[in-house]
Ligand binder design. Structure first.
Ligand code: PEP
Ligand code: MN
Length: 264
């Protein structure tokens, strides 16, 4: 069991939940309230989105930061947000508690070096075509004390062409994640949403992440997934999430029985 309370890895099944993207003040307020009432401690609150097509919704932008601060004040939620540009680091201080470096930026070394200087905890997602070794190597760009500030996130790797011969968007490399965790002792969470790419596969992948003994998950939850501005197909409703959360917590307690009875 890895416990890194400063890194949102609490020794329980650490769950970061929220929509793919912040779409409006109202949307993020509403979902933050619902998730907080479920006992969730960390909110996925992405103000900017790395999209494959530049014409797609790029995120609401930095203008949402005051709203995120208000949510944090009212709910005590930890704000997790992807930072794509090192120029955003300064302005997000005091709002974004945990920086996500996304799959597309795993090997963006100037960004990782800037995160090293910044000092906040980083969730480093695995590049979608990166080997486990490249993923672990990238953590060292987070500075000499990188092990004190990094959580890895297995989000699935490319093993086929989207929609052609592969039902899921990516292949969640559970074995690779467990091997890296065992070998390096770095906490690792899983992302069932981006690996699945479709709603029906999210709950089983979430359960498999917990069953493998990983430290938690980051999962996309939206109050009206079909109307979501991005990743509509893979987002789940709060109702489904409540069910999945109960399952992963129960599974986690089976895997780590001495934690039985404790909260999230
Ligand atoms: C995300 O988590 O918002 C995201 C874009 O995921 P990934 O970087 O894994 O594609
Ligand atoms: Mn998404």
């Amino acid at each position: 069991m890895i416990e890194r309370k400063d890194l949102i890895i609490t020794g329980e099944f650490s769950t970061i939940a929220g929509p793919c993207a912040v779409e409006s003040e109202e949307q993020i307020y509403n979902i933050a309230t619902v998730l907080s009432q479920m006992g969730i401690k960390a909110l996925r609150a992405m103000y900017g989105k790395p999209r494959t097509n530049p014409k797609d919704f790029q995120g609401i932008g930095l203008g949402i930061l005051p709203t995120l601060r208000e949510i944090k004040r009212k709910t005590d939620l930890i704000i997790v947000s992807e930072i794509q540009d090192k120029d955003d680091l300064e302005v997000t201080k005091g709002t974004v508690d945990v920086i996500q470096v996304g799959s597309r930026n795993m090997q963006n070394y100037p960004l990782l070096r800037a995160c090293a200087k910044d000092g906040r905890p980083v969730i480093l997602k695995r590049g979608m075509i990166s080997t486990a070794k490249e993923w672990v190597s990238a953590t060292q760009y987070l500075g000499p004390n990188y092990l004190d500030k990094v959580v890895l996130c297995e989000r699935g790797i490319r093993t086929g062409i989207d929609g052609e011969g592969q039902p899921a968007r990516f292949t969640l490399d559970i074995a690779g994640a467990v091997a890296v965790r065992n070998e390096y002792g770095i906490p690792i969470i899983g992302d069932p949403s981006h690996a699945a790419g479709r709603r029906d596969l999210v709950p089983p992948l979430a359960r498999s992440i917990a069953a493998a003994g990983l430290d938690g998950m980051i999962i996309e939850v939206h109050q009206n997934p079909d109307a979501a501005l991005c990743d509509a197909k893979q987002q789940i409703t709060p109702e489904t999430f409540r069910e999945v959360l109960g399952q992963v917590q129960a599974i986690h307690r089976v895997v780590y029985p001495y934690k039985e009875g404790s909260a999230i």
